[in-house]
Every structure is written in structure tokens, then in C-alpha cells.
Write a protein that binds this ligand. Structure first.
Ligand SMILES: [Mg+2]
Length: 384
């Protein structure tokens, strides 16, 4: 069996509300669908959720857009991969790495589509291709975007009322606001909800960041994500902090993960399939984390159902992923199980909502990514 064609299609979903974090200049909700078709007619789907202003510490990893991902897939990766075996997913990554440096969002979308096709060819869900599940479900942390304190409190309380047991609170612009909000959330939500404050590198010099993290801990935070920029600063904060520190911008791929371990740059790693260029690369990050007892979550840029299905399969199969995942609960219009928790878009390009129980996503047990992409909806949401 060979790959007959690979095609990229940009599309947009309508957001439930405005979502922002420190540094984010564009609107969420833009995606590139990648469709891999084999010579026997099997179709695999993948997705990129690129952002132009997201690129790792000191711009070491470049931002991407819907247009750049579409062009890289159609003009560079498709010609390199057409005619090869769709089930040779590691080899495909090697071919893509030879064809282009970087461009991990585009590589991720192709890698994901190949895994979906491979699963459909073998009749197995992707989590089984990854070695099988090590947990029964994936607890979800609801992301509370950068917004006024009253709005953030209302969003958080709504998500917890829906059943969420973990929250990721965006901050990093005004430390005093973050400390006040954390204390207010802890007072309102009680001791059992996991509170993770994401500063998106915003607390400056390590000594300043250490003081802020100490006060966040006193206010009741459980985890602080990316308080500073760069592994050297992150290591200083990690050494001084009483709460676990999570690396996000500082850890994209296996090379960042090796540096993080060597420098003791964080206690936890936030893994995105996209930062590592897909399942093949992200599994390497998870393996390093597992070897060093570094707890991970699966996170991303609020994917559509395609990328989110990939998130669920990955989180089910990786022993290191023990933290609640900051990922959506995907559902088409009118079917979302919750008012707020995990609800970022008003519609999605699948026909059925993802199965969920007690704020946790359940396995998608059909072959491949386990979802049916609605091509009519894709045509409606297509934007290029
Ligand atoms: Mg983050």
C-alpha cells in the first residue's frame, strides 16, 4: 500500500468566547486539516493548530500560520511522501526532517494523518498503536484565559460546576492580579480543585519570579507554569520553589527535554504533539520524562476534534502523562455535555461529541483517531 495523495485544507471554528494568553496576538480557532489518501482509498486525517507568535524560548522554534502550514504540506511534504508506505510513520518523520528544517506544526499534521490511516488499515485505535492504554480516561483541566478577575472567577466557577477538577489560569502580565486571583479562586473553589497558573514566561528576572511564585504558593496555587524564559532561569526558580514548576515554552522536543533534564529546568513538562512534530516526536519527550519521574500533561493550542482526538490517544498511552490535560472536550453544535468546562468552540467538524465522564475524556475506540470527520462541515468552515 502506498500514499496516493496528501492535501492541506485551512478552516476556522467559531469560538465560544474570546480566549487570550500573554503573548497571543491572534484569534484562536484556526486550523489546517491534512488528508492523506492511500492507493486503496483509505483516508487519514491530521490537524495543525498553528500560531505565528508561539515559538519557544528566545524564538528558537519558529511560529507558523495557516498559510505556511498549508504551503509546507502541499508543496514540500506531499511530494516527498507520495508513493511511500503510509504505515511507516517513523520513516515518514525522517523524510520530513530531511525535506525541511523546523515547521513542526506542518509535520505534526502529516504525522497525525498517517497514524489515523495506519489505524484504519490495521483496524486499531491509535492508542493501541502507541502501546495500549495505561489509564482509563484523561482528566481535563479547563483553561481560564487572560481576562478581568471577575470574569476569570465566573469562568472558573462555571467550569468546576460542570465537573472540572483542574484549572489552568492564564496570567503573567500583572503578577499582583495573578496572586489576588489565585487567592480568590482557592477561597471560592475549596482545597480539592487543582490550580495551575500559566505565566507564559512573564515574571522576568529569576529572583523576581521566585518571589512571585512564593506568594502564589501562599495564595494556594498547586503548579506554576513557565514563570520565566529560558531553562537557566527556569532552573533557578525550580530550585527555589515549594510548588512544582511546569515547562511549556522551554520544552518542545527531545532536544529541549534532554537539556531540561541536564539543567533541572522544571519539575513537569507540558507536552504538545505539535511542539514535537507529532506522535513520533512527542513520544520521545514522554519517554525522557518517564525515565526521570517528570510528570507531564498533554496540552496544545485548543485543537479541533481531529487534533484533540490525537491528544486523547497520546494521553491514554503515555505513562508520564499524569497531570490533567489542558485540552478541549470536542463536540458539534448542540451536543456539548458542559456549559463551560472544556468548551471552547460552538461547533466542530465531527458528528458526535467525545465521550466524557466526570470531567474526563474516555477512549475513542474506533480504528485510527476514532472519529468521523464531517466533510460537509469542513467545506462550510473552510477558509482558504
Ligand atoms: Mg503554557
Amino acid at each position: 500500500m502506498t500514499i496516493a495523495s496528501i492535501e492541506a485544507v485551512p478552516f476556522r471554528l467559531p469560538p465560544r468566547r474570546d480566549f487570550k494568553w500573554a503573548g497571543l496576538q491572534v484569534d484562536l480557532g484556526g486550523f489546517v486539516l491534512v488528508r492523506v489518501t492511500t492507493d486503496s482509498g483509505i483516508v487519514g486525517y491530521g490537524e495543525a493548530t498553528p500560531l505565528p507568535d508561539w515559538g519557544g524560548d528566545f524564538g528558537r522554534h519558529a511560529g507558523e500560520t495557516l498559510a505556511t502550514v498549508t504551503a509546507m504540506v502541499n508543496e514540500v511534504f506531499a511530494p516527498a511522501l507520495v508513493g511511500t508506505d503510509p504505515t511507516q510513520v517513523r520513516h515518514a518523520r525522517t523524510i520530513m526532517d530531511r525535506a525541511a528544517i523546523g515547521n513542526v506544526y506542518a509535520k505534526c499534521a502529516v504525522d497525525m494523518a498517517l497514524h489515523d490511516a495506519w489505524g484504519k488499515i490495521t483496524g486499531l485505535p491509535v492508542y493501541k498503536l502507541l502501546g495500549g492504554s495505561v489509564r482509563a480516561s484523561v482528566p481535563v483541566a479547563h483553561m481560564v484565559g487572560l481576562m478581568g478577575e471577575e470574569d476569570a472567577l465566573a469562568e472558573a466557577e462555571g467550569a468546576v460546576a460542570d465537573g472540572a477538577r483542574a484549572l489552568q489560569i492564564k496570567g503573567g502580565v500583572d503578577a499582583e492580579r495573578d496572586i489576588r486571583l489565585t487567592a480568590a479562586l482557592r477561597r471560592s473553589l475549596g482545597p480539592d480543585v487543582l490550580l495551575r497558573l500559566d505565566a507564559n514566561q512573564g515574571y522576568g528576572h529569576p529572583k523576581a519570579a521566585i518571589r512571585i511564585v512564593r506568594r502564589l504558593a501562599e495564595a494556594g496555587v498547586d503548579l506554576v507554569e513557565q514563570p520565566a524564559a529560558g531553562l537557566a532561569a527556569m532552573a533557578e526558580v525550580t530550585a527555589a520553589a515549594s510548588v512544582p514548576i511546569v515547562a511549556d515554552e522551554s520544552c518542545w522536543d527531545i532536544h529541549d527535554a534532554l537539556d531540561l533534564v541536564a539543567m533541572r529546568g522544571a519539575d513537569c513538562i507540558s507536552i504538545y504533539l505539535a511542539k514535537a512534530g507529532g506522535f513520533v516526536g512527542a513520544a520521545k519527550v514522554a519517554a525522557i520524562a518517564e525515565a526521570r519521574h517528570i510528570a507531564c500533561d498533554v496540552n496544545g493550542s485548543i485543537e479541533s476534534a481531529i487534533g484533540n482526538a490525537a491528544n486523547v490517544h497520546f494521553a491514554l498511552a503515555m505513562p508520564a502523562v499524569t497531570l490533567p490535560a489542558v485540552i478541549p472536550i470536542s463536540a458539534p453544535a448542540g451536543t456539548h455535555p458542559y456549559r463551560i468546562a472544556g468548551r471552547y468552540y460552538e461547533d466542530d467538524i465531527v458528528d458526535a461529541p467525545f465521550p466524557v465522564k466526570d470531567g474526563a475524556l474516555l477512549p475513542l475506540d474506533a480504528p485510527g483517531l476514532g472519529i468521523a470527520v464531517n466533510e460537509a462541515k469542513l467545506a462550510r468552515f473552510r477558509c482558504g
